[in-house]
Write a protein that binds this ligand. Structure first.
Ligand code: SF4
Length: 340
């Protein structure tokens, strides 16, 4: 049966800020920036906010994103804050991932500038401790840089959000990582741990993905740090049960995704928001109707022997789809789907 979809919003994502890291698990697989002039990006987001108000589609989700690294200048920082305010969704966090290495003194200035903009939380992701972190983030000295910056931020009164990636190779180092993080003074942090995503470069790391058994055997301290949604994570085998049990649930609800670059902005600027949504929606509907159904992917390409853990059905399905592609040509516009 062809897939039917229901469009709930639009992701307007640019990758326009330079990332200075080269993580081996990068979700985007494209840490290199793709130019998108900020004023043109912001004008499109403004247009969509105006359109949502004028069309009365308050429930139509608009998700802007300017860059994977937050190492951007004041004009961009203030512009993003203004857009957040218009959308009533102010982000008070800054990501340390992708930020160029600077001295502790220069990082204190960098943090102070962001504090003055209203940022109160620094987010840092750790795929392991010490050399494990540097290996997976593919940048020598990055672990020390992260720890030093977290210490500086804590001393300046910022909250810390520590995100930990569960990777088989480095999971044994996590107790030492937690020791290092617990020693930061003052202790004002949230911490959560998650399995690998299945996207970007992480797709090549299936051998590093923990199984249900391995998750259950984690030391209590690490188990206690699993993100709040962990009761919904499932092994591949259990995702297959989920798909069997949830067949025929009507159209899949999803947001369109429109990657922003100077080139795609040329296209968008020649169209009204109504026209953009209508054209993209038509492409997405056609692509999903031609794509194999979730049930077909599950039946044909799921592995009932696998107890590796995935966080969401969307990621599980991408893996099934990649197995499908090894045996079948792609006969639809994959860029107009979430398989891309
Ligand atoms: S910092 Fe983020 S965008 Fe940059 S390489 Fe790492 S995961 Fe990718």
């Amino acid at each position: 049966m062809p897939r039917e979809i229901e469009i709930t919003g639009i992701h307007l994502h640019a990758n326009a800020t330079p990332c200075f890291h080269f993580c081996r698990y990068c979700q985007t697989a494209k840490p290199k920036a793709i130019p998108a002039q900020f004023s043109r990006y912001a004008a499109l987001i403004d247009r969509f906010i105006d359109w949502r108000i004028a069309s009365g589609r308050e429930d139509f989700e608009i998700c802007p994103w300017y860059g994977n690294s937050h190492d951007y200048d004041r004009e961009v920082r203030l512009g993003i804050r203004r857009l957040d305010e218009r959308m009533g969704d102010i982000t008070n966090v800054v990501l340390l991932g992708g930020v160029a290495h600077r001295s502790r003194k220069d990082m204190a200035i960098w943090l102070r500038e962001r504090q003055e903009d209203g940022i109160d939380t620094l987010v840092a992701s750790f795929p392991g401790q010490g050399k494990h972190h540097d290996y997976w983030n593919n940048k020598k000295g990055n672990y020390q840089f992260f720890l030093d910056t977290l210490r500086t931020a804590a001393a300046m009164g910022m909250r810390l959000q520590q995100r930990v990636l569960l990777i088989r190779d480095s999971v044994a180092s996590l107790e030492r990582l937690f020791d290092d993080l617990d020693a930061i003074d003052p202790p004002s942090y949230t911490r959560w741990s998650i399995p690998l995503f299945y996207s970007g470069l992480s797709k090549r790391l299936e051998n590093e993905r923990l199984t249900e058994q391995e998750m259950a055997a984690l030391p209590l301290r690490i188990r206690n740090s699993l993100r709040d949604d962990h009761p919904h994570w499932r092994s591949e085998r259990r995702w297959m049960d989920y798909v069997h049990d949830s067949a025929d649930q009507g159209p899949e609800r999803m947001a369109l995704s429109f990657p922003i670059s100077d080139e795609s902005l040329d296209w968008a600027e020649r169209r009204s928001c109504d026209e953009i949504v209508a054209e993209l929606e038509a492409r997405w509907r056609a692509a999903y109707r031609a794509a194999p159904s979730r049930q077909e992917l599950c039946e044909g390409y799921g592995n009932p022997q696998s107890d590796k853990v995935y966080m969401m059905i969307g990621q599980m399905e991408r893996l099934w789809f990649d197995r499908y592609l090894q045996e079948n040509p792609c006969t639809f516009d994959i860029r107009s789907t979430h398989f891309h």
